[in-house]
Write a protein that binds this ligand. Sequence first.
Ligand code: ADP
Ligand code: ASP
Ligand code: MG
Length: 436
Amino acid sequence: MNTIITKFGGSSLADANQFKKVKDIICANESRKYVVPSAPGKRNSKDSKITDLLYLCHAHVNAGISLDDVFNHIRERYVGIVHDLKLNFNIEEHLSIIKKDLEDGASSDYAASRGEYLNSLILSNYLGFEFVDAKDVIVFNNDGSLDSNATHCALRETLSSIPRAVIPGFYGADKEGNIVTFSRGGSDVTGALVTASLNADLYENWTDVSGFLMADPRIINNPKPISTITYTELRELSYMGASVLHEDAIFPVREVGIPINIKNTNRPEDKGTFIVEDLLKSDLQTITGIAGKKDFTVISIAKALMNSELGFCRKLLSILEQHNVSFENMPSGIDTVCLVISDSQLKNKKESIIDEIKRSCNPDSIVVHPNMALITTVGKGMTKQKGVAAKIFTALSKADINIRMIDQGSSEINILVGIENDNFEKAIHAIYDAFN
Ligand code: ADP
Ligand code: ASP
Ligand code: MG
């Protein structure tokens, strides 16, 4: 029999009604043996995510404020789910332990992880599957990075004797037993690790949309669905803000060639999106999708004969390294180079970086453009097509949008443009309309 790993996102498990849908999905196919849940997400646009509330509890304790009010919201959510599912399960006992741990100063990672922990306890009880704590199978190094080898061994060893299990997403533990989380949205990564370790046949990622769409549905009304997409295209889109799947969830499954299927918990009959290594020529689309992110700064450096000055870029990048800043992009010309850096990376370091560039690199000019957004247009089919870039630039020009920066990735499957933050939504519309 095949083995399918299923990961359910926060909105898929936001209340008891959603839990029922999840059970129906799992019962509909015996191959769905291992389940990775997220913490309960929003039930409507005004609601809170449990993970956000847990971070808030931690912040309250740190600030010396009582966490009672926030924790009561969390308690109500979980007690409500257990009650509505009519489970004979003592959730209060677990909630009390967690509250005490938080009050005693538990870490922020521990606080955040409890959302997945509690949801998994409830789901394992509801499904009658064994609960396997992620702290015993997802192994981090003491510097916070994942120990992939130890994780694969632990997952294989533990799950080989358990036919069906629920494993919480988002966290694991380091060698000292401290809880460590992935970055936000990280339950996708846990699902991918379980899939790869067990060499499963398929990784189903269940969410609240019927697969990957050509653009963010919060910006474009009813964007076209994508039926099949390659890992490479998806990585470009996820990295640039198409948040359906965590960008780090792609590597583990790609390495072993297991397809991912993004599916909708609320419309399980929809086929969703398949993510695969390669597409048939006939399935290649010129443009597969569009995604983007706001809040970047471009530092544009000009110096005559820069191209022949040995070590210029090395000096520049070592300044970023000294400041512990990574760059997003570095388009260059003969006498110019631009550093595109996200504002979150640059926080409180901009002046010092610019001073150091002036001192070490002695440029003719250095100009800083803040408030930039980046938009990537991705498609494997564009390598064989003429005029794709022209179409994007014409669309932006017709929409009266000034392009501040252009870069075509070396893999030639994406074209990146830098524009003002204020033009972000307008630019996504213009590019989407040009190809549809
Ligand atoms: P989950 O909680 O199930 O992990 P996420 O919120 O992480 O779900 O991801 C799903 C959401 O991603 C969708 O509800 C949608 O708003 C957003 N999204 C952004 N870009 C896209 C896109 N290109 N296609 C589909 N959804 C997208
Ligand atoms: N609950 C975590 C978050 O909100 C992880 C996840 O949902 O994947 O980021
Ligand atoms: Mg997610």
